[in-house]
Ligand binder design. Structure first.
Ligand SMILES: [Zn+2]
Length: 215
């Protein structure tokens, strides 16, 4: 089964990818993870990617496509994969289709996990940090007293990345990038929408039902 996974940050995409990867015994390919690993190991690819990321730019298509191309040729991808974080644009999606065609393969299904921006903002901006290293989340793991660390009584703070304005901007970028992609896969009748507002377990069950009915 060759799966493309779409969904905004905070919809639980990564979690679902890991579960499905185990269940179907196919690799979870996250282009973001591949970049991060290469950057950490200071490989030539990592150095190249870092230059773009540090400048606040997207890594160019040809670099991303090379990575995907190499990864798809590894043995574990022979029976399928879950692609996470790629493709991001129609151009990438079309090139991905070409690449798969060369391998006599195609995308079987596009799993689109959705959730309202309202909820995503709550999930993504709920993290609170303490100088002692303890982290909290206003929904899942709130401190006993608002804004105060349970362990050391220090005031909690919000990381810049978690600020509501930053989170909203990320979502705007996501929608702008992904809407055309959703149209592209809808035209190809590949897309299946799932409600990411449900619990992780419920969403997993619904995805598995659909995948197993197709397997
Ligand atoms: Zn603390």
């Amino acid at each position: 089964m060759r799966i493309v996974l779409l969904g905004p940050p905070g919809a639980g995409k990564g979690t679902q990818a890991k579960i499905l990867s185990k269940d179907f015994n196919i690799p979870h390919i996250s282009t973001g993870d591949i970049f991060r690993t290469n950057i950490k190991m200071q490989t030539p690819l990592g150095e190249l990617a870092k230059r773009y990321i540090d400048a606040g730019k997207l890594v160019p298509d040809n670099v991303t496509l090379d990575i995907v191309h190499d990864r798809l040729r590894q043995e574990d991808c022979a029976v399928g994969f879950i692609m996470d974080g790629f493709p991001r644009t129609i151009i990438q999606a079309k090139m991905f289709d070409e690449m798969l065609k060369e391998l006599n393969a195609k995308v079987d299904i596009v799993i689109n996990i959705t959730a309202s921006d309202n909820l995503l903002v709550k999930r993504l901006s709920g993290r609170r940090m303490c100088q002692c290293g303890k982290t909290y989340h206003l929904i899942n793991n709130p401190p006993k007293r608002e804004g105060i660390c349970d362990v050391c009584n220090s005031p909690l703070y919000i990381r810049d990345d978690d600020k509501e304005e930053t989170v909203k901007e990320r979502l705007v970028t996501y929608h702008k990038q992904t809407c055309p992609l959703i149209d592209y896969y809808t035209e190809g009748k590949l897309i299946q929408n799932f409600d990411g507002e449900k619990t992780i377990e419920e969403t997993t069950r619904e995805i598995l039902d659909v995948l197993k009915s197709r397997a």
